[in-house]
Design a protein around this ligand. Structure first.
Ligand SMILES: [Zn+2]
Length: 189
């Protein structure tokens, strides 16, 4: 006798308040929140589509889904911590190092976590990196055939992508407790 109290390991249920009590949710918590919301949104969209209330094309649904997942896993606002080790940096594999300058440029939960400009900073940064790589490849290997986009990025294609991306970002910010007017309250001095 004399052993510890009996009973199995404590059940580790995630209670909703625990997601917020710790202050800032972890990367895994963010992913869980985003994926659950996606399931709800997807079911609602499917229901409304069946009822004839909305008319989304397959392309719209695909674009939104791609934008949402890219935003959740690859372009999370927490890339502003890319000089450290965060989920969204790890998701890039060895390319994660490309986000280190972004992490150094943006302070954690600063502009990177604003509702409109924040998500845009990551798109612009990504475009700059891609442009830089393409430029370098053209310079070093002038004859090299570069992969092209599978579709033309015109508005009907870009809008669902952007919508999915922004919704994924806003869910992150809501979970972080960041208000929509974050960084917008200018003070005159
Ligand atoms: Zn965050």
């Amino acid at each position: 006798m004399g052993s510890h109290s009996r009973g199995g390991p404590a059940v580790r249920a995630i209670h909703p308040t625990r997601l917020y009590n710790a202050g800032v949710p972890s990367g895994n918590t963010h992913n869980l929140i985003n994926l659950s919301t996606f399931a709800v949104l997807g079911s609602a969209a499917l229901y409304l589509q069946r009822a004839g209330s909305v008319d989304f094309s397959r392309g719209d649904a695909l674009g939104f889904t791609v934008g949402f997942f890219v935003g959740t896993f690859l372009l999370s606002p927490d890339l502003d911590l890319a000089e450290q080790n965060v989920n969204s940096k790890r998701a890039w594999g060895f390319l994660g190092v490309l986000w280190v300058p972004y992490g150094m440029m943006f302070s954690h939960r600063g502009w990177s976590h604003s509702w409109l400009v924040g998500p845009l900073t990551r798109l612009v940064y990504l475009a700059l990196i891609v442009g830089l790589v393409v430029g370098l490849v053209r310079l070093v290997l002038p004859g090299a055939a570069l992969p092209s986009l599978p579709v033309r990025l015109d508005w009907p294609v870009a809008l669902p992508l952007l919508a999915g991306y922004y919704v994924s970002q806003w869910l992150h910010l809501i979970a972080d407790g960041v208000r929509p007017d974050h960084k917008m309250r200018f003070r005159r001095r």
